[in-house]
Design a protein around this ligand. Structure first.
Ligand SMILES: Cc1cc2nc3c(=O)[nH]c(=O)nc-3n(C[C@H](O)[C@H](O)[C@H](O)COP(=O)(O)OP(=O)(O)OC[C@H]3O[C@@H](n4cnc5c(N)ncnc54)[C@H](O)[C@@H]3O)c2cc1C
Length: 198
């Protein structure tokens, strides 16, 4: 598979080999996304390939962080991509100001958005704008990596007061948008029958 590169950049195949197979290229020199994290991962994959070490990488779960004020971070698919692909999805939103930690730090603008499959409820993407966005995004990234659904955030207890609680609030918001009560699959073991000691 040929990777497209920026104008004037180096073209590589999926293993980061250039036209000269024993010369690899990674990082900014091959173009998008030009991030430290991704450049390092490309370097790891190139080195593994060069030395025949089996490995794998989940490029669709690379997170993006933009260190502006407010901070911005995303992982997975966005709404535009899902619409283009014809994937039925729903979103759930939480405002930082709804969360105790958001009120404590005075972030009035922060927003976390979950994007999940309308039928399977699998988490497909997370967008965050606000304080700590590039840290918070890794919770969604981990859930996506394990194929989790939006219900995970409903069933989970988050520390209080933390911004991570936005995930739970956004999950409730998303499930409400579906217009039905959550069909939660119980993850917990049913209560064991208890023997009575007489
Ligand atoms: C202002 C700024 C802020 C950024 N902030 C972030 C951020 O917050 N997070 C993030 O993920 N990414 C950020 N990036 C992008 C990130 O820095 C790059 O994507 C990353 O450094 C690319 O790594 P690289 O190894 O490809 O290139 P580089 O880190 O640029 O390394 C290339 C090295 O090659 C050396 N070199 C160049 N020519 C020669 C030569 N002829 N001979 C020998 N050595 C040479 C250079 O001196 C340099 O040390 C930022 C970039 C900029 C410009």
């Amino acid at each position: 598979m040929e990777r497209k590169s920026v104008v004037g950049g180096v073209c590589t195949n999926a293993y980061y080999q250039t036209e000269v197979p024993y010369v690899y290229a990674v990082g900014d020199v091959i173009g998008f996304p030009s991030l430290v994290s991704v450049s390092m991962e490309q370097g790891r994959l190139a080195a593994c390939h060069a030395y025949g070490v089996p490995t794998q990488s989940v490029s669709e779960l690379f997170p993006y962080g933009i260190y502006t004020i407010p901070e911005i971070s995303t992982v997975g698919k966005n709404e535009e991509e899902l619409t283009q692909d014809g994937v039925p999805y729903e979103i759930g939103k939480a405002q930082y100001r709804e969360i105790a930690r958001g009120q404590i730090i005075g972030d009035e603008q922060g927003t976390l958005k979950l994007i999940f499959h309308m039928d399977t409820r699998e988490l497909l993407g997370v967008d965050i704008i606000g304080t700590g966005a590039s840290e918070l995004i890794h919770i969604g990234q981990a859930v996506m990596a394990f194929g989790g659904t939006v219900d995970y955030f409903v069933n989970t207890v988050f520390n209080y007061p933390t911004l991570a609680e936005c995930y739970e609030t956004a999950a409730f918001n998303g499930i409400n948008r579906l217009g039905s009560l959550p069909a939660l699959e119980p993850k917990l073991k049913p209560p064991q029958e208890v023997g009575v000691i007489v």
